[in-house]
Design a protein around this ligand. Structure first.
Ligand code: SF4
Ligand code: SF4
Length: 427
């Protein structure tokens, strides 16, 4: 579908509730947990129970064609391999590491002095930097093509409601972001870069306008406050005016998000692996919504305590790992922050959760950016009618989550439409 036909919607962002205070640091958890999967791919262990590990030491590695490592965020001892809740909504085996609070850094870690395409790619790969906008895709892969990119686009749209980590990072670490962008430009060969940000993010835009003056070839692109403004295809279309089929590189673009560019900066300048990140903990179920800088592998329950606890311990609460549109519901708060989890929304269950019946309001069809009829697709999927699913163009679903978000009965429409899409694409 040509992107000109995509519908976009303004949503209540609820962003103000987590931006009142600066990013709070919580870098001393007693235990951290490193999942033995990344992007659903199982990793190979590099440590055993009883081993001592340095902060920044590789503890497991993904060994397929998207090879990269995961690192220990603390120095300490490997104490167990345990199944814990993962942002994918599943229990996953993880490496448990007990923090010795000594922060002893892996002695092999050092910054880069010779900045070339190859050295930056190697450094970013070694540091285990992945797409921190939620994809978890290894970042260095995007820099590999020999043909120079035409433009680097920094996705700062942060278009799902509630999430504010990138916004806060721009306000607090604009220089690091801009330095990271220059390294990405070197790695990709792109002569220019732009930071695509929603036009109503006034404070962050002001900070960027000030800081950007010292950097050549980097501009700011303002996008509308709509969903899904941060969807990669949508953003590339808005910035370069072209559509692509599979990858932005088809139209000369490389897209990274804000936190990824900052992680690239830290990898290049300090050799720092991806062991920390900023996470938004927010929602109507938590007392003090805010952003935290944490070690990867920290349990969300630690942060819930730091944020004052739940609003009402008596009311049933659930968590959404990720944004409210595309995240996964989790019922326990011993969820672990992994390398691509950027936000956790705490919600109080409302009556709508208890109503699985369709009210026939038509809202799901009204909001669908690609003009599908989600409830009809769900019913057809339930009836296993693959032929009709095709007629309903289920393969056009972009899995944006709007239909589930808007549905007053809280029917899991996105889950159904993405399953239907997979079925049609399979043929
Ligand atoms: S997730 Fe729902 S709203 Fe989004 S494209 Fe698919 S069917 Fe449409
Ligand atoms: S939004 Fe929900 S209740 Fe309304 S028509 Fe769609 S599925 Fe039914």
């Amino acid at each position: 579908m040509p992107l000109k036909r995509i519908k976009a919607l303004h949503l209540n962002g609820h962003k103000e509730i987590s931006t009142a205070s600066p990013i709070k640091e919580y870098l001393n958890p007693e235990y951290v947990y490193i999942p033995l999967i990344t992007q659903s791919t199982v990793c190979d262990k590099l440590v055993n129970v009883g081993d001592y590990v340095y902060k920044g030491q590789k503890v497991c590695v993904r060994n397929d064609r998207f090879q990269h490592a995961l690192h220990s965020p603390v120095s300490g001892k490997v104490t167990a391999f345990k199944k814990m809740w993962h942002a994918s909504g599943k229990m996953v085996e993880m490496i448990e590491i007990q923090n010795d609070f000594e922060e002893k850094l892996d002695p092999s870690i050092k910054g880069l002095t010779n900045l070339t395409k190859q050295t930056i790619i190697e450094t970013v790969k070694n540091a285990g930097v992945v797409g921190l906008g939620g994809s978890g895709f290894p970042t260095y892969i995007k820099y590999l093509p020999e043909t120079p990119a035409e433009i680097v686009i920094i996705n700062a749209a942060e278009c799902e409601p509630y999430i504010t980590a990138d916004y806060m990072l721009i306000k607090e670490e604009a220089d690091k972001l801009l330095r990271g962008i220059t390294y990405i430009m070197t790695a990709t060969g792109a002569p220019k870069a732009t930071i695509a940000i929603k036009k109503n993010k006034y404070e962050a835009i002001d900070v960027l306008k000030e800081a950007i003056q010292e950097y050549e070839g980097i501009t700011i692109s303002l996008v509308k406050d709509v969903y899904p403004a941060g969807w990669e295809k949508f953003l590339v279309h808005k910035v370069v005016g072209k559509d692509y089929d599979r990858l932005p590189s088809e139209v000369g673009a490389v897209v990274n998000n804000v936190q990824t560019a900052i992680a690239v900066c830290e990898a290049v300048e300090e050799g720092k692996p991806l062991i920390e990140k900023v996470v938004t903990l927010t929602g109507d179920g938590i007392k003090e919504p805010q952003n935290f800088r944490v070690k990867i592998g920290t349990k969300i329950s630690d942060l819930v305590d730091l944020a004052g606890g739940y609003i009402d311990e008596e009311k049933p609460t659930y968590l959404i790992a990720g944004g409210p549109m595309t995240g996964k519901s989790i019922v326990f708060d011993d969820l672990v922050i992994n390398n691509c989890l950027g936000s956790v929304i705490v919600k109080i269950k409302d009556e709508r959760e208890n109503n699985p019946e369709c009210l026939g309001c038509g809202k799901c069809a009204e909001v669908c950016p690609v003009y599908l009829i989600p409830i009809e697709i769900k019913r057809t999927l339930d009836n296993k009618d693959t032929v009709y699913l095709k007629a309903l163009s289920a393969e056009q679903c972009i899995e944006c989550g709007l239909c589930s978000y808007i549905c007053p009965s809280r029917i899991e429409l996105t889950d159904a439409t993405s399953k239907a899409k997979a079925l049609v694409l399979k043929g």
